[in-house]
Design a protein around this ligand. Sequence first.
Ligand code: SAH
Length: 257
Amino acid sequence: MNNDNNTSYEFDANLICDFFLNTERQGPGSPEVTLKALSFIDNLTDNSLIVDIGCGTGGQTMVLARNAPGTITGLDFFSGFIDKFNNNARKLNLYDRVKGIVGSMDNLPFEKESLNLIWSEGAIYNIGFERGLTEWRTFLRTGGYIAVSEISWFTDERPAEIHDFWLEGYSEIDTIPHKVTQMQKAGYIPVATFILPENCWTEHYYLPLVKTRKIFLDKYAGNKMVEKLVEFQLHEEKLYNKYKAFYGYVFYIGKKI
Ligand code: SAH
């Protein structure tokens, strides 16, 4: 779901949700990368309040929870994801301090200046990087952190085919220095930036989708929308393999000043 954009808005949201319910992750990432991003964040205690925005079924949230103290709230639009999130938290005996809630990232139900850490992997594009950084900042305490992963260009120039594909999908896609400047302008110290390794796309995102697509195509045999969704995904994966030198996901970690 890393490209839930203009092109895939044609797809029914519930259908996409049903599809991704069968996957551990709904976007590129890995436990190693979550831990690496977490390593830049200090001062968390048992009293810390952490929020994971656009948490999906909570693959990364549970990694976070096992490695950070404090209370963690996962927030997502889709109730199906949140049900699965809460089941996972219960199964892992984390439910006393890890809970999922249904909500929207453009209307967060938290108190201003109350959070120690805002986490968001592969989801801020839904509100837009700049808007998300600015609006979410009001919920952070001074000295609190934000850690988000976001699709970014690696180079100043790139072939037209991939340039046009992403610009149509997410017009805010930009280079890493540009995103870092946006973070600084939004009122954060840019603490760290790193590119997610290729295996976050291949091993942790695209590979599990092969099985999920099979199950899905069987379940919805003959459904044209489903066939289109699968076709779109395969096209996106093909483009990734062809142009991965030019773009990818990047973690941006900032501290509110
Ligand atoms: N963080 C997860 C999921 C990323 S996919 C992972 O890395 O695997 C993006 C997620 O954002 C989806 O779960 C989608 O349901 C959620 N989302 C999209 N628009 C949203 C909104 N307006 N408010 C809250 N969540 C939203």
